[in-house]
Structures are given as C-alpha cells and as structure tokens.
Design a protein around this ligand. Sequence first.
Ligand code: ZN
Length: 304
Amino acid sequence: MLKTGALTIITILTLLIGLATSSLAGEVKTVEVLKNVYTIVDGEGVDSNTTIITTTEGVIVIDTRPTPTEARKVLKEIRKLTDLPIVYTINTHYHGDHTFGNQVFKNSKTIIAHKNVRDTLIKSGQSHLSLFKTFGLPGMDEVEVTPPNIVYEKGMEIWLGGYRLQLLYHGKGHTNGDTIIFIDQLRTVITGDLVFNKKIPYMADAYIEEWIESLNYIELLKNETVIPGHGPIGGRPTIIAMKHYLIDLKEHVLQQLKGKKSLEETQNAVEPILRKKYKDWKQLDWIKGNIERAWSEYSSKEKA
Ligand SMILES: [Zn+2]
C-alpha cells in the first residue's frame, strides 16, 4: 500500500512539474511531416502530439489532445486542410493527453484503440480525469470520458483513400494498450508514447521489460520517419535513443538491486548518472519516478 501511495504522489508531482515546463512551450504548431500527413506538436498544456492524415476519402486523426478546447484546435487545423469528413479517430493509448479530446470527434462514430484502452477508460477513466483536473488545465471541466467504440486485440488494418494503416499491438510497454501505427508505403511509424523524442518518458503505467521488446519490434519495421507521442518528428535514431534510455535505466537499477539497495539508495546512486547522460532531454525531473518504477518492476522479478 505504502509503495503504491508513494508512487502516486510522485506521479502527481512529476506530472505537475511536467505541465509547468511544457505550458511554456508556446503555441500549437502544425508540421507537414510528409504529403498529406500533418502532426500538431508542442501543444498547449501538455505537449502530446496529434497526427492528421488527409486522404481523398476523408481524414484520419491519431490522438485527440488533453481537452475538448485543444481538440477543437485540431479540428480547426483539419478544416484548413480539407472539407472532407473525419472518418477514423485512433487513440494510441488511454492517457488523458491522448484521449480527453475524444468527445469532439465522436460524431465520426469510429474511435479506434486496443481493447485495453476501452477497458481502462471504462474502469478508471473518471479517476484518471480527477488526476488531470489537479493540473489546472483550462477547459478540463468540460471533459466527458469517451472510450473508443471499435477495439481490436492482436492487430487490425485500415484502408482509406489509398492508404493502408497497420495498427499493431506488441504487448505491454508504456501502458498495457499501446498501438503502433505503421504506414508501410510512407515508411512511417506513429509510435504513441512508446517513443518520446528528447524527453524523459512518463512511466507511471509502464512495463519496462516489455517496452524494450516493443521498441525492438518497431526497429524491425521498415520505417524512416518516426512520429513520437511527445517531442519533434524523428527517425530511426529516435527509436534507438529511447531504447538506450530504458536499457540504461534498467541496467543501473539492476546493479543496485544486486547490492540489495533500498529504493532511496538506488535513486541517490542512479539519478545523477542518468541526469548527466540525458542532460539535453526535457523533463529530467521525471527520472526519479522512473527509477522507482524500474526498482519496483525488477525487485518483484528478482523475488519471483
Ligand atoms: Zn502516455
């Protein structure tokens, strides 16, 4: 119980710190990644990325930002590009900064995600929303938790206007319901929060061992362009950098566990090392919570 409580407090604190930093990031910015593929980066409040794909048969939206207010900005961006209807909305995972704008897109009737995203939002969407309400984001009171209404378990494909999107699930990682979207013909992968670019990842729901496996799997896909869940558009080195961070975290924590170190001792030993190595990444304050997550995961594995 104590461990869970402490983890929750650290989670809240770290998220708050994260918000304080990212809200300074400035205006919503739409980047033309490739022809017909646009990503809104550096969003206000929380900097989760939203990707828009415009096709001759309609629009696909990937992730919906943290509030309806922010989601309406996405809608406005879409209307600058096309008058065609929004056909599919996809959530890469359940976190509020990727799903709390869903209600703005529910007229399209199809909000797609992994089955665990729907289950989690139904089971604990309200408490997740309560947590988000503590961040002081404008427009949070308007949020109605809107779970996806089309779900898959192993994988699915979407065909629209000449594009094929493969929705791939490779087990647990950043959460228990991460979708990897691969667009073969564009050599592009949309990773959700399995990849943060130049930013320390958020790990409160993470399964580090499986996350590393998921990144190995993404590396095997023939991709050149990588659209991460947070941070600027990247390429294959972005995936590798993310994997190296997780492996560094794991290895340093395992070393401490071998010496039977407590959580506090582990944090004191490992945090300065990671802070130094990743000093040019954003959100260094999340490292301490990440060490806690790794310490919990690997100490329970050692006992098993
Ligand atoms: Zn997330």
